[in-house]
Design a protein around this ligand. Structure first.
Ligand SMILES: NC(=O)c1ccc[n+]([C@@H]2O[C@H](COP(=O)([O-])OP(=O)(O)OC[C@H]3O[C@@H](n4cnc5c(N)ncnc54)[C@H](OP(=O)(O)O)[C@@H]3O)[C@@H](O)[C@H]2O)c1
Length: 308
């Protein structure tokens, strides 16, 4: 049966917004937003807003009633309550659940607590697998699909997340040699991939983590693309993995967990490890009909403030 009624939890967020835009543009879904009762978030025309308390299963089940698909794009703090959302989705009769993946699944950096942080994501997949087995016993349909995208490329440039700053700063902090390759995906490509998962590839993506990328890239390649597109030189500063992990450790000791966490995420991205470069992205791109964008073209659009 076609997946038609889709609700997005966190629909006004960094990744919720482009997913909702792609669902609306596809013109074949009834799109709803699951939002907190006291949220000030706003949503585009055509989106039905359902309010629920993320810590109350009753409230969530009521809000999810009649939905075929739940897409979780909650912020990382709220996503710690994702177990309740999965339980409520199953109780409400939802057929497909997309968990809070949206980067990489095993973002482990040796000597940091990242392993513990990402245990939460693994626990959600185990819970979803349990629900799949229960659904088979109950003779009903239920499946999940996780989407791993690497770094959100345009977002990362706009926020200097990759330690590379756009004009007027023209600066970058290069980690070690700056050559470590990592996967990156534009926000609009993530949105189009979600639409494919719910339509043309709904069968092939059941109970799987799917990887995609717009391209794989390094810090040096991004700086080169920026310099070519703008005709200006970037001010480069050097740093090392060791120095950065030391800074994160100091942040942690001072109780600044979030600041330490962002350094660890960057350490994973710039590690050159398998996982930062999504090894199955080519397969996922082909399945979902995405990818193959040009780094220079995307960088140019971001610099000019155009739609990516
Ligand atoms: N791959 C990457 O480069 C990358 C980058 C950024 C994020 N991510 C991932 O994408 C996922 C979503 O993150 P995001 O940055 O899109 O989230 P976000 O924009 O910070 O927040 C998304 C939504 O979560 C809801 N929310 C619920 N409880 C909240 C709370 N206590 N505080 C703030 N918001 C709350 C809000 O919706 P309502 O107001 O409607 O309730 C909010 O709009 C996460 O898994 C994150 O790790 C990946």
């Amino acid at each position: 049966m076609a997946l038609k009624n889709v609700i997005v939890a966190g629909a006004s967020g960094t990744i919720g917004t482009p997913i909702v835009a792609a669902l609306l543009a596809a013109g074949q879904f009834n799109v709803s937003a699951l939002s907190r009762p006291d949220s000030k978030s706003t949503f585009p025309e055509g989106v039905t807003v359902k309010r629920a308390d993320l810590s109350s299963r009753t409230s969530l089940t009521e809000a999810l009633h009649g939905q075929d698909v739940v897409i979780c794009t909650l912020n990382d703090e709220a996503a710690q309550l994702q177990g309740e959302l999965v339980e409520a989705a199953y109780e409400a009769g939802v057929e497909r659940y997309m968990p809070n993946e949206w980067a990489g699944h095993d973002m482990n950096v040796e000597g940091t607590p990242m392993e513990e942080v990402y245990e939460g994501k693994r626990a959600i997949l185990r819970l979803l697998d349990e629900k799949v087995r229960l659904a088979e016993k109950d003779g009903r349909g239920f499946a999940w699909t996780g989407l791993n995208t690497g770094v959100f490329f345009d977002w990362a440039l706009q926020t200097s997340f990759l330690d590379i700053s756009l004009p007027p700063a023209h600066s970058a902090k290069i980690w070690d040699s700056g050559t470590a390759q990592f996967s990156a995906t534009t926000l609009s490509t993530v949105g189009r991939a979600v639409v494919s998962i719910l339509t043309t590839a709904s069968g092939q993506t059941r109970n799987k983590l799917i990887e995609i990328e717009s391209f794989s890239v390094s810090q040096n390649e991004i700086v080169a693309a920026l310099e070519k597109v703008t005709g200006q030189k970037w001010k480069l500063e050097k740093t090392s993995m060791e120095e950065q992990l030391g800074t994160a450790g100091a942040n942690l000791e001072q109780g600044k967990f979030l600041e330490a966490f962002y350094v660890w995420v960057r350490a994973w991205v710039f590690s050159g490890n398998e996982g930062a470069k999504l090894m199955k992205a080519e397969e996922g791109n082909k399945l979902l009909g995405v990818g193959g964008e040009s780094i220079e073209e995307v960088v140019g659009r971001v610099v000019r403030g155009e739609k990516v």
